[in-house]
Write a protein of this length. Structure first.
Length: 318
């Protein structure tokens, strides 16, 4: 079993490698920062508006505490304020990623392609049509945003807990928000490996959870700072492609070694059988024979046969 601490800091190192790779391509780095800059300006305005009205929002959410002792009232409303702020930041980070990826989709696809070529053994371009790819991306983004709303409610509820809420709420936001963020940032590199569903990403991420969190939590915290996000986002996109290579070791075709892109085992002829079973035989063969019987057809059995029948060797002497 891998050392969890080493795995976590390995994920932090992946983010650093993303920065190093893109700093070698300053024009592409600056181009990748533009969509993040536009989104940051809008979100910053919304965040300032929230902070200015945070005390009033907390009072509106807790009218039952109006007659409480000032100490307990302040403690409760402080916890609620932290919960509202943490939940909103979580929602903004996830939505920020969705909006920015949508605005800069061609740019970030180019960054992913650059990283794949830079590291070698790049997977082939997916053969999915542009419209089908966009529609799938929109559906998946809506699912992630919906989940992030549920997480925001959870963080808000935790914020109501006196004493522990102000600490546990932000920690939950960073862990859960970072995980959701990673699911989005890894999408392009996973799509190139024909692993196109959210479930595909979650399953591979779960196998090296600490490494993913080592990449995702610092990225989440940096993206929560509006104008720092402008610099971080293109590097995080590059780092997502690097991390995908750790999660899905790929062969020349860009698929996991010995797999067909759906988890099935690929036989010598490149065929897969039901349930992912490998088919034996050379390319084009339809026989699932054992080793040494490729390309041969088993003897045909007829009703009533009791075993192999030996044909007569010739006419009997008269």
């Amino acid at each position: 079993m891998a050392n969890p601490v080493r795995e976590f800091f390995g994920g932090v190192g992946v983010l650093a490698r993303g920065f190093v790779l893109l700093l070698r391509k300053p024009r592409l780095f600056l181009l990748g920062a533009l969509p993040a800059l536009l989104t940051s300006l809008v979100f910053l305005g919304l965040l300032v508006l929230l902070v200015v009205n945070l005390v009033d929002l907390a009072a509106w959410a807790t009218p039952f505490s109006d007659g409480w002792d000032p100490f307990w009232q302040g403690l409760l409303r402080g916890a609620v304020s932290v919960g509202i702020l943490a939940g909103t930041v979580l929602l903004m980070v996830v939505t920020f990623t969705t909006v920015t990826l949508t605005l800069g989709s061609p740019i970030y696809d180019k960054i992913t392609e650059l990283v794949e070529e830079e590291l070698g053994n790049a997977p082939e371009e997916p053969d999915e049509s542009l419209m089908a790819s966009m529609w799938r991306a929109v559906r998946q983004s809506l699912v992630i945003v919906a989940v992030s709303l549920l997480v925001s409610v959870l963080v808000l509820v935790v914020g109501f807990v006196p004493l522990v809420g102000p600490v546990v709420g932000p920690v939950l936001a960073a862990l859960l928000g970072g995980w959701l963020l990673a699911i989005e940032l890894l999408a392009s590199a996973f799509d190139r490996r024909r692993l196109t569903t959210i479930r595909d990403r979650r399953e591979h991420m779960a196998r090296r959870r600490m490494r993913v969190l080592g990449f995702a939590v610092p990225t989440y915290l940096l993206l929560a700072i509006p104008f720092v996000a402008v610099v971080v986002f293109p590097a995080a996109t590059a780092a997502g492609a690097i991390l995908t290579r750790d999660l899905v070791p790929s062969g020349p075709a860009g698929l996991a070694s010995g797999q067909d892109g759906r988890g099935g085992q690929v036989g010598p002829g490149g065929q897969t059988g039901p349930g992912g079973q490998a088919l034996g035989g050379p390319a084009g063969s339809t026989h699932r024979g054992a080793p040494g019987t490729e390309g041969t057809r088993p003897p045909r059995a007829y009703p009533g046969d009791r075993g192999p029948q030996h044909p007569p060797r010739g006419p009997h002497p008269g």
